[in-house]
Design a protein. Sequence first.
Length: 160
Amino acid sequence: MTSTAYRSFALVFRLLMAWTFLYAASHQVWNSQFSVAKFLGSTKTFHDLYAPLTAPALDPFLTFLVSYGHLAIGLSLLVGLFVRVSSLAGLLLLLMYWTAHMEWPYIENHNNLIVDYHIVYSTVCVFLFVADAGHVLGLDQVAANMALVRNNRLLKALVG
């Protein structure tokens, strides 16, 4: 579907998710107190899954990956380049956050029964992937027209 409304939603959702990830990065990249281990240390439902990730030796590495991952995802969505990659990475991060603070069937608190904003954002990320949102006023459209991308199956898949 290529209607104006569909393309408009693809652009607006892409920019809204870009803001979401960039805002998260702004609190992590330049904050020396941010720690993935602190965040994952209070898990309940999936504690056995996340507890090994709180090891002091892993914390700097994972904190770097999460912080700069948010920044990379946000920038990718903002300029519309490699949106397929960033939307999948965003989806995986959001699902991790959803499960990390779950006390089944509640998410974070008793106001969120199974579904919270992480699931809504995850659904938006799936839409961005399916809608080829990087082709709507984004650099994926520019890249898709380049000979290098047209002749390379991997690059072609990355930009849609």
